[in-house]
Design a protein around this ligand. Structure first.
Ligand SMILES: [Zn+2]
Length: 267
């Protein structure tokens, strides 16, 4: 999360104007339903859907509207998967749990942080706490209809941070899809450590990168839209003569390499 960067802007402009984004289809059965600052993705199937992350507390209504706008019923969301216990990724979970009836899942090591929420630690204030139905551990599978999400425990950004692997079918071909749930190194910055931000360790982060570097990922989703250029790619998507820009193996490799370089200063 990079809240400190945006707070100055938030004070100046109403949140709605700053963050709202229309929902759209990215590739196959993957849709973007988040805002301009934090991602929320919907993976759909004939038998129900999976929502990944719920953004800030103010974004919940936008996510619900987005799901309806792209032609789905929020009540058909079977699972809400939270990748990390920071307010910008789980802020609207209570509202969305109520509106959808979905089962709520978060990494086991982030469960307490998510459920208690009353700690003074930055990143855990200001949202309604919620009950976790299914704590996630490495190797878990979440299955809805023909969609299967593989849970990777990827600690570092937070202790229980989880990433998800899945298959993407696009134009009769199968691609490896992935979302890295906690790519931000900001939790290790001096200013955030002094504030008592809820975070994991740089050593854990390194191990996570070692593991992720070995994966061949074609379609990677950003935990924040800036990670993978979600909106820039969306503009390219409108050009039908081009391949789907979300198929981006090189971008993934570069993304992980850059994080590894930046991590050095904290090890
Ligand atoms: Zn975060």
């Amino acid at each position: 999360m990079t809240i400190s960067n945006t707070n100055k802007r938030v004070r100046k402009y109403p949140l709605e104007l700053l963050w709202n984004s229309p929902a759209f289809r990215m590739i196959g059965d993957i849709y973007y339903v988040g805002d301009k600052y934090v991602s929320s993705h919907l993976i759909t199937s004939e038998k129900g859907h999976i929502l990944i992350d719920t953004c800030m507390p103010s974004t919940g209504p936008l996510i619900l509207k987005g799901v309806v706008d792209i032609g789905f019923n929020p009540k058909d969301i079977e699972y809400i998967l939270i990748t990390q216990a920071h307010i910008d990724h789980l802020g609207s979970t209570k509202l969305l749990a109520k509106e959808t009836g979905a089962k709520i899942c978060i990494g086991e090591a982030d469960r307490e942080a998510a459920e208690k929420g009353s700690t003074t630690k930055m990143g855990l204030m200001g949202y309604e706490t919620f009950k976790v139905d299914l704590p996630l551990v490495d190797g878990d599978k979440i299955i809805v209809g023909d969609k299967e999400l593989h849970v990777y425990h990827t600690p570092g950004h937070t202790p229980g941070c989880c990433s998800l692997g899945f298959h993407v079918i696009y134009q009769n071909r199968e691609y490896n899809g992935f979302i890295f749930g906690g790519a931000g190194l900001n939790v290790f910055e001096k200013e955030n450590l002094e504030r008592g931000i809820y975070g994991g360790t740089p050593q854990d982060f390194k191990q996570t990168l070692d593991r992720l570097e070995g994966l061949e990922i074609d379609v990677w989703l950003g935990s924040h839209p800036e990670d993978n250029g979600t909106f820039e790619k969306h503009k390219l998507l409108k050009r039908e003569d081009q391949p789907n820009p979300y198929i981006d193996l090189v971008g993934w490799k570069n993304f992980i390499r850059k994080i590894r370089q930046n991590l050095q200063q904290f090890l």
